[in-house]
Design a protein around this ligand. Structure first.
Ligand code: NAP
Ligand code: MG
Length: 400
C-alpha cells in the first residue's frame, strides 16, 4: 500500500512528560504506516525551551503563521517546583500563552462523544463547544504585590502625551493589585471567529459576560458582538435557522446546565479556561476534549485540552505500564491532517483523518479503552477492557 502524501508541511510541536511519550507512539503506530508525514518540527519540551531561552516557542508560533496548520503536544508551564526539577535558567511563560499571543484568535473546545460514556448531566445529548477568547485579560496582566499602606491608581498616557489617572484603591495594609487589558481589535476578531464557526456548524451561539459589574470592560465584549451580529450576521443566522443570544454569565451557566447542549458558548479568556475543564469532566473525561485555536487570519493550531499527565509519567519512567488516554492527542493530529487535506483539496488525507477518528471511537465502543474510560463505561452486553496506552493504539491501528 502506498502512503498518503501532501504538499505543505504541518508545524509539529513536541511537548513534555507522558504526552511526549504518547506523541511518539501515535506517530509510529497510527500515522507513519499510512501517511508520509511532512512536518516542520519544533521541540517545545521544557529541556529544549530552556536550552533555547524559549526562542523555540516563538519560532513555532511564527511557523504556524507561515504554514497555516500546526499540531501541539501538551507542555509543562513551569512553576517554582519545575524550576528546581529541571534546573531552569528562568521561569518561562506558558507556551500556549506565547503562541496564542502570536496568533491571537479563539480556542474552540469540543467534547469527543462516544457511546458508552454518558455525560454527568443527563440532558446533554449534544456536544457543547466552548469558544475561548485566547487573548489578554488575566493571562497578560501585570500582577503586583502591595507590601503595606499605599495608594494605587491607573495611569493612562495617550499618544499625544496627555495623562489621565483613575483611582483604584487606598491600601491601609498589604494586599494585591492587578492591571489587565483587552483590545477592540482582538475582541472583534474573537466575535468574527465565533459567528463564523457557529454559522459553519449551524449551531446557536451564546455569549455570557459579567457586564452588570464590569460595565465598561465586559460591556465592550457585549457591544462589539451585538454590533457585528446586527451588521454582518443577522440575516445569515435567520436564514440558517440559528440564533445568537447574549446573557449574563451567571444566567448563561444556569441555562447551559438545563439545556440539551448543541450550542457554541463564547467565553472570555478565564471563563473559557475554567468552563472547558468543567465541561470536559462532565462529558466524561478531560482526555476526551479536542481543542483548536483559530486565528483571525485563518491559521489553525490543534492540541489536546489536557496537560502532560505528570503522575502517569513518573510511573512510566519507573518502568510501569500506564493506561493514559491518547484520544485527545490523536484528535489533535486528525484535526491538523484534515485541515491540511482541506487546504490542498486532498481527499485521501481528509478521508484518512476521518477514518482515524472513527477507528478510535469504534475501538472504545467495542469495549477496548484506557483506564479512565473503563471505569465509567456502560453499554449493554459489553464489559470494558482496560488496555495499556500502547495496546490501545495498536487496537485502533487494526481498526483503521
Ligand atoms: P493534567 O496533565 O491534565 O492531569 C490532571 C489529571 O487528569 C491527571 O493526573 C489524570 O488523573 C487526569 N488526566 C489528564 N489527562 C489524562 C489522560 N490523557 N489520560 C488519563 N488521565 C488523564 O493536568 P495537571 O496535572 O494539572 O498538569 C500537569 C502538567 O501539564 C503541568 O505542568 C501543566 O503546566 C501542564 N498543562 C499543560 C497544558 C497544555 O499544554 N495544554 C494544559 C494543562 C496543563 P489521574 O492522575 O487521577 O489518573
Ligand atoms: Mg484550564
Amino acid at each position: 500500500m502506498s502512503k498518503i502524501t501532501y504538499e505543505k508541511p504541518i508545524v509539529e510541536m513536541q511537548g513534555d512528560e507522558m504526552t511526549r511519550v504518547l506523541w511518539d507512539w501515535i506517530k509510529e503506530i497510527l500515522l507513519d504506516p499510512f501517511v508520509e508525514l511532512k512536518t516542520e518540527y519544533y521541540d517545545l519540551g521544557l529541556v529544549h525551551r530552556d536550552e533555547t531561552d524559549d526562542v523555540v516557542t516563538r519560532e513555532a508560533g511564527e511557523a504556524i503563521k507561515r504554514l497555516g496548520v500546526g499540531v501541539k503536544c501538551a507542555t509543562i508551564t513551569p512553576n517554582d517546583q519545575r524550576m528546581e526539577e529541571y534546573k531552569l535558567k528562568r521561569l518561562y511563560p506558558s507556551p500556549n500563552g506565547t503562541i496564542r499571543a502570536i496568533l491571537d484568535g479563539t480556542v474552540f473546545r469540543t467534547p469527543i462523544l462516544v457511546k458508552g460514556i454518558t455525560p454527568y448531566v443527563p440532558s446533554w445529548t449534544k456536544p457543547i463547544t466552548i469558544a475561548r477568547h485566547a487573548y489578554g485579560d488575566v493571562y497578560k496582566a501585570t500582577d503586583v504585590r502591595i507590601e503595606g499602606a499605599a495608594t494605587a491608581e491607573l495611569k493612562v498616557t495617550d499618544a499625544d502625551g496627555n495623562v489621565k489617572t483613575y483611582p483604584v484603591h487606598k491600601f491601609t495594609g498589604a494586599g494585591v493589585l492587578q492591571g489587565m487589558h483587552n483590545t477592540d481589535k482582538s475582541i472583534t476578531a474573537f466575535a468574527h471567529a465565533c459567528f463564523n464557526y457557529a454559522l459553519g456548524e449551524k449551531r446557536d451561539l451564546w455569549l455570557g459576560t459579567k457586564d452588570t459589574i464590569s460595565k465598561i470592560y465586559d460591556g465592550r465584549f457585549k457591544a462589539i458582538f451585538a454590533d457585528i451580529y446586527e451588521r454582518e450576521f443577522k440575516d445569515k443566522y435567520e436564514k440558517a435557522g440559528i440564533k445568537y443570544e447574549y446573557t449574563l454569565i451567571d444566567d448563561c451557566v444556569a441555562r447551559v446546565m438545563r439545556s440539551s447542549g448543541g450550542m457554541i458558548w463564547a467565553c472570555k479568556n478565564y471563563d473559557g479556561d475554567v468552563m472547558s475543564d468543567m465541561l470536559a469532566t462532565a462529558f466524561g473525561s478531560l482526555a476526551m476534549m479536542s481543542s483548536v485555536l483559530v486565528s483571525p487570519d485563518g491559521n489553525y493550531e490543534y492540541e489536546a485540552a489536557h496537560g502532560t499527565v505528570t503522575r502517569h509519567y513518573y510511573k512510566w519512567r519507573a518502568g510501569e505500564e500506564t493506561s493514559t488516554n491518547p484520544v485527545a492527542t490523536i484528535f489533535a493530529w486528525s484535526g491538523a491532517l484534515a485541515k491540511r487535506g482541506e487546504t490542498e483539496n486532498n481527499a485521501a488525507l481528509v478521508d484518512f483523518a476521518k477514518r482515524l477518528e472513527k477507528a478510535t471511537l469504534s475501538t472504545i465502543e467495542s469495549g477496548y479503552m484506557t483506564g479512565d474510560l473503563a471505569s465509567i463505561f456502560k453499554a449493554d452486553g459489553i464489559t470494558p477492557k482496560k488496555l495499556s496506552s500502547e495496546d490501545f493504539l495498536k487496537a485502533i491501528a487494526s481498526n483503521i
